[in-house]
Design a protein around this ligand. Structure first.
Ligand SMILES: Cc1cc2nc3c(=O)[nH]c(=O)nc-3n(C[C@H](O)[C@H](O)[C@H](O)COP(=O)(O)O)c2cc1C
Length: 157
């Protein structure tokens, strides 16, 4: 019998995770983004990462094979950016500076790192989709990441 939902959430809350915002360009050319902690490295050769996206998220249906996305690892001062991209309403990119990367995916300014990926696989994962991305480039900067732990934001310091 599967674990109770609340116990599952409580247990997973003890897994400290860096907070990212996954961004992509919609077919209309509009930028889109979603706050994501379900991000991990997957393979070195070829260089693969994966993200898990809720099927109900607005960005979900735009993530198709051969499209591009960027994983923007937020720095410890970007809690407001995380909150904005975890909210459904409003213009999420308002007052959030970004530059289009070589793949066209929006790279949010002042993050710790931005990783540009091409979608090579989409796999079922319960109420989420596992999106596998081949890494085409990375922009590594200075700073400490924003961390999510036991339902709240934290930093490494
Ligand atoms: C700290 C944090 C981590 C999150 N991680 C994920 C995640 O890994 N995958 C996901 O699909 N949603 C995740 N979410 C929820 C989405 O950010 C949120 O449901 C989504 O932005 C809702 O808006 P939308 O449906 O308008 O896109 C997370 C939210 C927060 C606050």
């Amino acid at each position: 019998m599967p674990i109770d939902k609340a116990d599952f959430r409580r247990a997973l809350g003890h897994f400290a995770a860096a907070v990212t915002v996954v961004t992509s360009k919609l077919k209309s050319g509009e930028p889109a983004g979603i706050t994501v902690t379900a991000f991990t490295s997957l393979s070195l050769e070829p260089p693969l990462v994966l993200i898990c996206i809720d099927k109900r998220a607005k960005i979900h249906d735009h993530l198709e094979k051969d499209h591009f996305f960027a994983v923007n690892i937020l720095n410890e001062d970007q809690e407001a950016v995380s909150r904005r991209f975890a909210a459904s309403e409003g213009d999420q990119f308002r007052e959030v500076g970004y530059t289009d990367g070589a793949t066209g995916a929006p790279l949010i300014h002042d993050t710790v790192t931005s990783i540009e990926c091409k979608i090579v696989d989409l796999l079922p994962g319960g109420d989420h989709t596992i999106v596998v991305g081949e890494v085409e480039g990375a922009h590594v900067r200075e700073g400490k990441p924003l961390v999510y732990f036991r339902g709240g934001y934290a930093s490494l310091s």
